[in-house]
Design a protein around this ligand. Structure first.
Ligand code: ATP
Length: 226
């Protein structure tokens, strides 16, 4: 009869029947297939506001300890609340240029007066710990990594439509009008680039979030190297 069910009674019964409750708990929360066979870093790109961060954060939370987000180098100073080694590796311009000369970056770019880059050492350090490194990279970075021959898998996240992308960018509430317009203009360029055959191993349209997440997870855990 509804309303008379007592969880504690069920727990006691289960305990008395076989194993202790904590073992049930750990079994129930254990993420399946936690070690992808393909260990190459995952390069995730797509227009601003399409949901890249939303998707890979889901991947991290559902598979704890499996992935590591690549931490970029930058010559800009830390903003309040940012932590060195967590948000960025903060370096001087001289240090950055020296590392770039030594071919230490898989990709680098200048935004405003500041330089940004993903170092090979950062990726290798995380890979050596057994992590699948995830790089959230914009289009020019993707081109550079591809050109460098660095082994990686490439996933492009596409919006269901440009109108929906604009809705998400506005809905996020993080950008001023000028920035929204810039991002939408850039989105057109990125969407056109994504049509180039052979650039991405997987294109996921992030319409329904659950469905897009499943596609990402399936791709990441696919047994075969592409
Ligand atoms: N499938 C979805 N349906 C509806 N809204 C979504 C979906 N996926 C993400 N969003 C929302 O869209 C907004 C942008 O998502 P997110 O910040 O993850 O984008 P992003 O691609 O990482 O952007 P950026 O490159 O600027 O960091 C967020 O408010 C997020 O909650």
């Amino acid at each position: 009869m509804r309303g008379t069910f007592q969880p504690s009674v069920l727990h006691r019964t289960l305990r008395s029947l076989c194993c202790p409750l904590p073992r049930f708990r750990s079994f129930a929360t254990m993420a399946p297939m936690d070690l992808p066979t393909d260990k190459r870093p995952l390069v995730i790109s797509g227009p601003s506001g399409v949901g890249k961060g939303t998707l890979y954060k889901l991947l991290f939370s559902r598979h704890p300890d499996t992935f590591a987000l690549s931490v970029s180098h930058t010559t800009r100073g830390p903003r309040p609340g940012e932590q060195p080694g967590v948000d960025y590796h903060y370096v001087t311009k001289e240090e950055f240029l020296k590392l770039r000369e030594e071919n230490g970056f898989v990709e680098s770019a200048q935004f405003g007066d500041n330089l940004y880059g993903t170092s090979k050492a950062t990726i290798e350090e995380q890979s050596a710990k057994g992590k699948i490194v995830v790089l959230d990279i914009e289009m020019e970075g993707v081109k550079q990594i591809k050109a460098s021959g660095f082994p990686a898998r490439y996933v492009f996240i596409a919006p269901p439509s440009e109108e929906e992308l604009e809705r998400r960018l506005r809905g996020r509430g993080t950008e001023k009008e000028e920035s929204i317009q810039k991002r939408l203009t850039q989105a057109k360029v990125e969407l056109a680039f994504a049509k180039t055959p052979g650039v991405h191993d997987k294109i996921i349209v992030n319409d329904d979030l659950d469905k897009a997440y499943k596609e990402l997870e399936e791709f990441v855990y696919a047994a075969k190297e592409v």
